[in-house]
Design a protein around this ligand. Sequence first.
Ligand code: MGD
Ligand code: MGD
Ligand code: MO
Length: 710
Amino acid sequence: MDLIVTRSRALLDQRGAGSIGFYTSGQLFLEEYYSLAVLARAGIGTPHLDGNTRMCTSTAAEALKESFGSDGQPGSYDDLDHTDVLAMFGHNMAETQPVQWMRVLDRLDGTDPPRLVCVDPRPTPAARRATVHLAPRGGTNVALLNALLREIIRLGRVDHAYIEKHTVGFDELTKMVEPCTPSWAQDICDVPAARVCEAAEILGGADRLLSTVLQGVYQSHQATAAAVQINNLHLIRGMLGKPGAGVLQMNGQPSAQNTRECGANGDLPGFRNWENDDHVADLARVWNVEPTTIPHYGPPTHAMQMFRYAEQGSIGMLWISGTNPAVSLPELSRIRSVLSQDGLFTVVQDLFLTETAQLADVVLPAATWGEKTGTFTNADRTVHLCDKAVEPPGRARPDLDIFLDYATRMDFRDKDGGPLLHWHDAETAFEAWKKCSAGRPCDYTGLSYALLRGGSGIQWPCTAQAPRGTERLYTDGITWADPDTCEAYGKDLVTGAPVSVVEYRSLNPHGKAVLKAAEYLPPHEEPDESHPFHLTTGRTLYHFHTRTKTGRAPQLNAAAPDVWVEASARDAQALGCHEGDLMEVTTPRGALRARLRVTDIRPGLLFVPFHYGYWDTPAGSRPAAGTPGRAANETTITDWDPVSKQPLFKTAAAALRLVERGDGTSAPAPTTAASAPTDPDSAPATAGGRAAYASQAAVAEENDSEGSAQ
Ligand SMILES: Nc1nc2c(c(=O)[nH]1)N[C@H]1C(S)=C(S)[C@@H](COP(=O)(O)OP(=O)(O)OC[C@H]3O[C@@H](n4cnc5c(=O)[nH]c(N)nc54)[C@H](O)[C@@H]3O)O[C@H]1N2
Ligand SMILES: Nc1nc2c(c(=O)[nH]1)N[C@H]1C(S)=C(S)[C@@H](COP(=O)(O)OP(=O)(O)OC[C@H]3O[C@@H](n4cnc5c(=O)[nH]c(N)nc54)[C@H](O)[C@@H]3O)O[C@H]1N2
Ligand SMILES: [Mo]
């Protein structure tokens, strides 16, 4: 910590606040993000603070800002119990939110099952249960959504009273989607026009429509444009703010919502608008600093840009907490070279010696949930308290303690000379955050640790007026889109150029929801002769991200011990390849090697899970320059959605070739998931084993023997 403080002081003296950057997570606690945001924005005074939420949910946030003027999930998870049509867009819920999926299975197998519409190019478990499954070409969501909107408008399945009262922009939207016929969409998306019509019938006929949206939408070149069309679907149908009718622009990580609320991403805390001087002044009042202390002369720096600054040398210190960018960022050869530069002082705060930590100058061992206390907020605004259960091992410390220690050593002060971070533990940090959230959409002022200990989660806003929290937003009109209160004035969906306050005022003077239309644009990288496949990447049920935890859980690891590549039977046959063959997947950025799994995936598409870092994990060896590794991100591109700046992990052009015939052993891919083989006999079924069973007695016995060993 001495070394970090010495280096920070030197950089601040010599090169100013812009030479220090912070890249954090969607997996810490609210109290930790808030402390980090205060120390970075008002202590250091740097615009360079973002989360891995940039890879994850920046599109969710941006889509909510575009449509409703502010971040904040309109719907509630409880809507799953009431909906009559559930639509999933680019969301493999059964594998990535299995607890939620159990709730859906209860509905699907219950007395009054909802109809399920699933938009995903892979045969996910949800797709297999869907009433209508649309499997579009990758990167064509906007074309498909525009055709669906067109059909719904054409059929007159719109709520004109709602549109009139609560929205602006319906005429522009109608005009934009008018030429987008189902047969036009068929040509672009390669989905039969009849299926598009069928889906439009179901979506248009729903009494209580619930949509969920995730990475199949967010990680592509028109991410925000597509996510906004799903908001539009709900707005034109008046499907918001009532039981069963809502949009869930989902989050992936457990506390990504908190990263955004606390402004540890590229936004200001409390969904304040960095372009609104009153909002900045209000934040300065909360922190008791001068407004000029808080950088707001331009947009806060997004993560992809921070790595660019580090590459170019203007950022001289990068503090990475709770994320493993040497596996999770696109174009890994570049990221490795950025992180290994002599000129960059890298601090990594993690539970394990990850691929990223191995490249760091200083590693700070952190404690994780269960070893520390704090709150986290779900995608549907539900706040939970997570109490410490055990001591952290060794010298690991809670992230909060690490940040507070740094702030103390740096002697950050407010304008009266008092400590800038005047809290000392999780609960006092929470109390400080409550003051910062007051009067904003994410108002926590009615919450307390005592209240949160009293029962399960409570949804914000929770205030004196709404002491039990708020189940759904926008039950009575749109509340945060007014030009004076909104978090953002929006951006052009094609270029990302900001809409000015003057334009916003004239477009939306009364603070209604904005129906923003977008024309379809083809993906930036399309298959060609040398790279004939479309490559997409994502997740499997049994692993979480870069496997720092799940790779250490024997049962999970055994279910999916190594990387694989999915291809259709048609493509495998054309290449003369079979289940278990060792393949090389190449894009213009790099290559990876993986065993082949033949599935019912859409022909022309390849899928690689992104969980596997360097070879021989957990603390593996780095691929030598030029040799193929196994990480999906060896192949992905440094490119992002112009609005949300979220990278394009889902669309690349790739070549596939055989390296070595398999010996008859199947690919290390689960059979219970989207990776299920077309031929069930080609791979042994993924099954649990003894290690999956635990009894209270056995656990108690184990604890006893550990206790006596200590
Ligand atoms: N088991 C497990 N669960 C997790 C995680 C994990 O690592 N493992 N991570 C968590 C996190 S942080 C996140 S963000 C979520 C992510 O959860 P999801 O978004 O559900 O997961 P992904 O596998 O990234 O992508 C979802 C689907 O997008 C589809 N897709 C690809 N291209 C397109 C396209 O162009 N259009 C459409 N409509 N679909 C497309 C893919 O086929 C894939 O099935 O999961 C969370 N839950
Ligand atoms: N190709 C491809 N790349 C992707 C994606 C994709 O779909 N395809 N998805 C993207 C998405 S949505 C996401 S969210 C990212 C995820 O990418 P990462 O954030 O890099 O993935 P994780 O493995 O979850 O890394 C979290 C790290 O935090 C550590 N950690 C856990 N809890 C704590 C804690 O309490 N404190 C501290 N200090 N550390 C902790 C873990 O050990 C781990 O090393 O990957 C992105 N990258
Ligand atoms: Mo994510």
